[in-house]
Design a protein. Sequence first.
Lengths: 116, 113
Amino acid sequence: GAGVSQSPSNKVTEKGKDVELRCDPISGHTALYWYRQSLGQGLEFLIYFQGNSAPDKSGLPSDRFSAERTGGSVSTLTIQRTQQEDSAVYLCASSFSRGRFGEKLFFGSGTQLSVL
Amino acid sequence: GQQLNQSPQSMFIQEGEDVSMNCTSSSIFNTWLWYKQDPGEGPVLLIALYKAGELTSNGRLTAQFGITRKDSFLNISASIPSDVGIYFCAGLIWETRGSRLTFGEGTQLTVNP
């Protein structure tokens, strides 16, 4: 498809396990973002990738969270030793750039993570 | 960092009514955006505003970029059931190292047929 694709759409895991969430951005988009949305809450910025530049990790809540973007395309968000408070919808978005018109973010449908 | 105060948090209206929601901030933004999120989906961009005082329409939606650059509102006229969802404002500020997009907490809209 032409949109941002995220997988899995749902993930149930046990406390303490590691999880990996995947994002396939729109082809040609150089900027990629991860956001977290807790139930009934707004969008919490996690991390941002732009081309080959060092990622902006300022939103990651703890060192259990990490992300990488291989080849400037697919990104993986990894949560180690998951905790119940990590339960949320994790949204990925991409855009052409982060500049003047980089605000036109296109979001995926998200991964619903449930930590039991 | 920048914070956006979005209100109301939720609205319950009858089909056909007009809706108004707004966002305010203590910070100045260069761009204001409004997104809509349907259940189980990611947010979709509705309107983008680039200049202070700008008034932009998209069908039944109208949004304005406040003169002070610290606020924006979104109006929906003659609401219909498919308007149901969460509406997010977002402010963009250009920084030396790029730009940062900050989202409001969202307004949950329910439309009763």
